[in-house]
Design a protein around this ligand. Sequence first.
Ligand code: SAH
Ligand code: SF4
Length: 408
Amino acid sequence: MTATEAIAIETRPTPPNLAFENRPSLIGLSREDMAKVLVEKGVPERQAKMRVQQIWHWLYVRGISDFDDMLNVSKDLRALLKAHFTIARPEVVEEQISNDGTRKWLLRFPPRGAGRPVEVETVYIPEEGRGTLCISSQVGCSLTCDFCHTGTQRLVRNLTAEEILSQLLLARDRLGDFPDKETPQGAIVPLDGRKVSNIVMMGMGEPLYNFDNVKAALLIATDGDGLSLSRRRVTLSTSGVVPEIYRTGSEIGVMLAISLHAVRDDLRDELVPINKKYPLKELMEACKAYPGLSNARRITFEYVMLKGVNDSLADARDLVKLLKGVPAKINLIPFNPWPGSKYECSDWETIEAFSDFINQAGYASPIRTPRGRDILAACGQLKSESERMRKTERLAFEAMMIANHGED
Ligand code: SAH
Ligand code: SF4
């Protein structure tokens, strides 16, 4: 995209939502926890299960965000719910739409201990036959991967289960992916089926350092009586928090992506420092033990192409060796440079040669071409609306999210 081409940016901000700030949300609670809070506020115990079922349906099948839309719930109960809880969506600070259909929402959540409201971005990437939503799990990140700009920001806080799930609900609202919602005219979405068919936990943060909230949100996203996303269409990306990889397999059961980026411990210690705690051998053991793997259910290994660092054919050969015995896909990610980063992206010929090598070894290794370039280019304009995230931080974060869109 050149600077002279039209850039389609639409802004549909919503006003700050005070209800969202002041009352606890029912979104993100398990059925048991929802029953508990309802009973605490006066719903008769013998009705609790049935009420939860009704509310669950309204929240996650119908996608409502106003208690008054719960038509089969009595006025009295609606009043009680309104007095104590919220089901409101987060504030949308900005929505941007790229010419290629990629959408990006800047969402604002209450401080919840962080001192001031926090902002996160959620990115939607439509492709033929699927629509992938890239979701954040933390504000900032406590890890310090050398090539990642999020890694230079401190961790502000974990997102709650409600906030993680709200990113999906909001996207489905905005794309007309709930029964009573309209798809905006001209929107680029898959022709058939769901507008959001896939989720990738590849936004900001390390999801396995916020395990409980990510688990709660993903269990609701994949619940068959609600949002009903197939577990095979939900991918969690981790830098390699080994104990929680085992837990992800047994407690969540979604697809796994590993930010590998290096095939030797000395280099990986540098690029992905969590490797010092959980070295490659332990990481690969956890991957091999991941439940339900087959040729149709592979682990994705993400590999960022850094010029002169990890991009030689010897690295490609060692990568193939390392992954032997693991049903694997390899995603080659061209490095997205950011101001002050000490790396460069590998040359295109080098990326192609690397890719050819691993393809010959039997791996389908798509090179992820960045999407939504135009809204990426325009992101500096967000600065005046939001001073909380500096332009450079935003650039790197978006580049990272957009380069890593979904899996089948
Ligand atoms: N924290 C998790 C998920 C978020 S990062 C993780 O590390 O897996 C999503 C992906 O983007 C990771 O593979 C990450 O290594 C990669 N990434 C980070 N910075 C990047 C950059 N500047 N260029 C390309 N990919 C990047
Ligand atoms: Fe955190 Fe992932 Fe970036 Fe590493 S690559 S700093 S784990 S967001």
